[in-house]
Design a protein around this ligand. Structure first.
Ligand code: FMN
Length: 372
């Protein structure tokens, strides 16, 4: 094959060598992936401004001028109000059910954390939080801002003036259309299989549709959801994507701060163990199946509440479960890509393996067509 098929427009525009983008919460994963030739994107929704600033500086220190970014959840649909008003919207039936969950789990009351900052815990202050965090991204001139939930259209002009790129995650073609029309630099087409907040349309259906929409515009498309190997990378490029955006595969890397028992559970899990549940945030999050996700699907469990009410309802019991280290009840967002994870590896090795396998597949495809 002439040229390097992995040298996509993403690599040209961002200066990466391998069109693999890694979403992770651990800054060490971000640095390792960017240093290996990919692009690391730090999931920063839970970080306070000073933590965010120090992580950004730490990453810069490790990677120099290689590309990286920060992802924030800036929700589009959200119940707004002060804490008391929101509290009153939570029905008694739900409070009773959560009491039941707590007693079945056996989690004792954990002491309230002393240094809790209400803006940076749970989901109820997500809007205010993301506004403060965005200011830090501008001050630090982070090369890429990725918006995890709502459309980042409102920030594009300012970001472009500052020389920053704006990426948006979407799960539906109509969301992609709005973002492309608004001029986002990259649309991440995130399919049903993906870990975290995942939608209803399969990756293989979503990506070609969005690639078609982006034709003739300056917006690049990345494939997300279920990507765990060079096969997925090669297929994505063949579909017209400029690369892949990945989350689950980094959870079981050496550098990831994911708890060891969860890394092992990921390795041991079957694809059916990556279940969608609204029980944490009110929006569907694909995660490792646990007693927590199971109990919300039992007969008698109430429907979950919209964001941020569900988070407010369950925050305390989730903290109690974590403090008591009840492993069967604990989980992590994770997608169907868990099937592709069979060992704990350094993040750089994951990047290189994907690139090598994809290149081999492209070579084989070319050989096959030559002999046909
Ligand atoms: C542990 C975990 C946490 C995630 N948290 C976020 C988040 O805070 N913001 C976001 O935009 N996406 C989040 N995601 C989704 C990823 O950005 C990505 O779209 C998804 O993982 C891609 O699918 P994959 O898991 O099959 O690779 C998360 C994914 C995982 C696995």
């Amino acid at each position: 094959m002439d040229g390097n098929p992995l040298n996509t427009k993403l690599c040209e525009e961002y200066g990466c060598e391998i069109p693999v983008v890694a979403f992770a919460h651990t800054k060490d994963v971000i640095a390792a992936v960017s240093n290996a030739g990919g692009i690391g994107i730090l999931g920063a929704t839970g970080l306070k401004p000073d933590e965010l600033r120090s992580d950004i500086r730490w990453i810069r220190d490790k990677i120099g001028d290689k590309p990286f970014g920060v992802d924030l959840l800036v929700p589009a649909s959200f119940v707004e109000g002060n804490r008391e008003d929101l509290d009153e919207m939570i029905p008694d039936e739900h409070r009773t059910f959560v009491q039941h969950v707590k007693s079945v789990s056996g989690a004792p009351d954990s002491p309230p954390p002393s240094d809790i900052d209400p803006t940076y815990s749970g989901y109820e202050n997500l809007l205010e939080r993301s506004r403060q965090q965005l200011d830090i991204l501008f001050e630090e001139k982070v090369p890429i801002f990725a918006s995890g939930l709502g459309s980042p259209a409102f920030i594009i002009e300012r970001a472009h003036q500052e020389g920053m790129k704006v990426w948006g995650l979407v799960g539906l073609p109509r969301q992609a259309r709005r973002q492309i029309e608004a001029g986002v630099d990259v649309v991440v087409a995130q399919g049903y299989d993906s870990g975290g907040h995942s939608g209803t349309v399969g990756t293989f259906t979503l990506v070609p549709e969005i690639v078609r929409m982006a034709e003739g515009t300056d917006t690049l498309v990345l494939t997300a959801g279920g990507v765990s190997s060079g096969k997925h990378l090669a297929a994505s490029i063949a579909m017209g994507s400029a690369g892949v955006w990945t989350g689950t595969i980094w959870l079981a890397t050496h550098e990831s701060e994911t708890a060891m028992f969860l890394k092992q559970r990921i390795i041991d899990s079957k694809v059916e163990d990556a279940v969608q549940s609204r029980a944490m945030s009110g929006k569907p999050i694909r995660q490792l199946r646990s007693r927590w996700s199971d109990i919300w699907k039992e007969d008698g469990a109430p429907d979950t509440l919209p964001m941020p009410l569900q988070g407010m309802l369950v925050n305390d019991v989730l903290r109690d479960i974590k403090e008591a280290n009840l492993e069967d009840w604990m989980t992590t967002p994770a997608g169907q890509a868990i099937v592709g994870i069979d060992a704990i590896k350094p993040a750089a090795e994951v990047v290189y393996e994907m690139a090598d396998e994809a290149l081999e597949l492209f070579e084989r495809a070319t050989e096959n067509s030559a002999t046909a």
